[in-house]
Each structure stands twice: as C-alpha cells, then as structure tokens.
Design a protein. Structure first.
Length: 134
C-alpha cells in the first residue's frame, strides 16, 4: 500500500495528467478534504460530475468526470501548488489576487471552508493558500 503524504497535490496532478491524455474520468482516493475541493472545482466549472464509490473508509474512492472545451482541449491547463506539507503559506483577504485575469482560480482553506479567491475576498477571510488552477 502506498502512503500519499500530500493528498491535494496528488489529486490535482492526477486530474491534470488524465486530461492531458484525454481520459474521460479519473479515480482518486477519498478524503473529506479532497471531496470538498472536488465539489468546489465542479462549482467553478473545472471538472464535471463527481461520484463517491465504496462504503468503508479504507476503500472509498472519488470518480471525477473531466471537462473539455468545444475544441477538445482539457479545461485544466495548469495547476500550481502553493502551500505544501513542508511549507504552509497563509494569505490575508486583501492579499488575494486574480489568477490569469479571472480565467483561473486560487483555492484557499479558510475558517468558512474551502473557498475560491473571489469567494474569500467577498467574505473577507484569509487562510491557507492551497493551489492555483487555470
């Protein structure tokens, strides 16, 4: 059994790589944090439908349907991890900037849950900057 030390990096890289080779969907290990991030990615239109498989904690998986543009390009072009297990990066609401002229998003773990940069600015909360995606 492989132990993943950084589940967020694993999740976003699996989605990005699966899209690069035109997969229809990708399966990732389940965690509550990954589920919340997936829901937010779905809400921001970076991914499609999300299904949770399995009933026991040890064998739960999330299946993520990938999204493509009309021209067949994967919706996610790039991801950049900001905060890592070895170095946490925290930002204040006023420090949040747009990503690729608002065609991308920054995801932040806040006291109000996982929020995009736009939502965090609106709510005036900061937190741990997880990753940027565009």
């Amino acid at each position: 059994m492989v132990v993943i030390s950084d589940r967020i990096s694993d999740f976003i890289i699996r989605i990005k790589n699966a899209g690069r080779i035109s997969h229809e969907d990708v399966m990732v290990p389940h965690s509550n944090l990954i589920e919340k991030i997936a829901e937010k990615l779905q809400k921001t239109d970076f991914i499609g439908e999300i299904k949770i498989l399995g009933d026991k904690v040890s064998n739960k998986r999330i299946i993520v349907k990938l999204k493509y543009t009309d021209k067949g390009k994967h919706r996610i072009q790039e991801v950049k991890r900001i905060s890592k297990p070895s170095k946490r990066v925290y930002i204040k609401a006023r420090e949040i900037v747009s990503v690729k002229s608002n065609t991308g998003a920054i995801f932040i773990s806040t006291p109000k849950g996982i929020l995009t940069g736009i939502e965090a600015k609106k709510e005036q909360v900061g937190g741990e900057a997880l990753f940027m995606i565009w």
